[in-house]
Design a protein around this ligand. Structure first.
Ligand SMILES: NC(=O)c1ccc[n+]([C@@H]2O[C@H](COP(=O)([O-])OP(=O)(O)OC[C@H]3O[C@@H](n4cnc5c(N)ncnc54)[C@H](O)[C@@H]3O)[C@@H](O)[C@H]2O)c1
Ligand SMILES: O=C(O)C[C@H](O)C(=O)O
Length: 329
């Protein structure tokens, strides 16, 4: 272990996802077993004590890769020198509340955090926004970090990707490891489009293997798209361990590369591919290599998929317009 520690800043460190995430980061699952990490935790002042409690537990795990923990209630300090920023802290949606309601409340969090990243981040910074509404929160943070390359701001749709893989595997009676090339398009919201038309199962086309458009439309797509609400209904709180797991997957793959013959879904700034307006942070199929991602180009989009992608992208452009009107970008 000769490498210098990587600074990983986690906001909302005392929250549910934070608790499920920090131990996995410290154990090497975020960046790999050769990479030491230094945790920089950001919380609001009232939750700093709880974050300190988590830090005590982290210490008690004696993780060989954990080289230090610092706790802050000041974004400028927390993001100073950050290499990987996990922006989790936000107000979670409660029963009956739509994500749109959260735009304004959360906008106030992501603007100062974007400014802090701009002021202090390391040159190689990578940012993943988990806090909802994740895509538009990422757009807000990005807008306030003009010195950071735009593509470093990403939003999490990996949980949706993993959920889609699990549902498809269950339908086909195969293991999730047999599923390849699934795509989540659009927003991390109920309008997202989980696309199986290019997916493969055991090397065969997944949509053909399913051969059931009714299941696709009436069960699979709504189940995946509304899984967040299903979890909230069941637990009385939004998903935490599965969200933390997806954050680990997102960053691990971004840093370490995707498997040959597969791709993953990431919310990234659109370059205009697939008719998605340039600049909005929308989910695409991507491959990653050497710490960089690339959109999988050239997929044929059928009429059904086109309609679904357009609907989710419309929601994203509406959210962008709203935050623009609110002066947040
Ligand atoms: N993208 C996804 O797939 C996905 C999945 C699950 C949850 N989420 C979202 O993740 C977010 C966090 O969920 P949770 O269950 O951990 O919520 P939580 O309420 O348990 O924790 C949120 C934490 O953020 C902290 N916080 C609030 N404002 C902050 C700020 N300005 N700076 C630093 N910390 C701040 C709070 O004090 C709290 O400890 C929510 O917005 C939730 O909707 C996203
Ligand atoms: O829908 C939510 O607010 C929770 C979260 O985004 C999820 O997908 O589990």
């Amino acid at each position: 272990m000769t490498q210098a520690p990587v600074n990983v800043t986690v906001t909302g460190a005392a929250g549910q996802i934070g608790y499920a995430l920090l131990f996995r980061i410290a154990s090497g699952q975020l960046l790999g077993q050769d990479t030491p990490v230094r945790l920089r935790l950001l919380e609001i002042p009232q939750a700093v004590k709880a974050a300190e409690g988590t830090a005590l537990e982290l210490e008690d795990c004696a993780f060989p890769l954990l080289s230090g923990i610092d706790i802050f209630d000041d974004a400028k300090k927390a993001f100073d020198g950050v290499n990987v920023g996990l922006l989790v802290g936000a107000r979670p949606r409660s029963k009956g509340m739509e994500r749109g309601d959260l735009l304004e409340a959360n906008g106030g969090i992501f603007k100062p955090q974007g400014e802090a990243i701009n002021a202090g981040a390391a040159d190689d910074v990578k940012v993943l926004v988990v806090g909802n509404p994740a895509n538009t929160n990422a757009l807000i943070a990005q807008a306030h970090a003009p010195d950071v390359p735009k593509e470093r701001f990403t939003a999490m749709t990996r949980l949706d990707h993993n959920r889609a893989a699990a549902q498809l595997a269950a339908k086909l009676g195969v293991g999730v490891a047999d599923i390849r090339k699934l795509t989540i398009w659009g927003n991390h919201s109920a309008t997202q489009y989980p696309d199986i038309f290019h997916a493969e199962v055991g090397g065969k086309n997944a949509a053909e293997a399913v051969g059931d458009q009714k299941w696709l439309e009436d069960e699979f797509i709504p189940r995946v798209a509304k899984r967040g609400a299903e979890i909230i209904e069941a637990r009385g709180a939004s998903s935490a361990a599965s969200a933390a797991n997806a954050a680990i997957d997102h960053v691990y793959d971004w840093v370490n590369g995707t498997a040959e013959g597969d791709w993953v879904s990431m919310g990234i700034p659109s370059d205009g591919s697939y008719g998605v307006p340039e600049g909005i942070i929308s989910s695409f199929p991507v491959t990653t290599k050497n710490g960089k991602y690339e959109i999988v180009e050239g997929l044929e989009i059928n009429e059904f998929s086109r309609g679904k992608i357009d609907a989710s992208v419309q929601e994203l452009t509406d959210e962008r317009d709203t935050v623009k009107q609110l002066g947040l970008i």
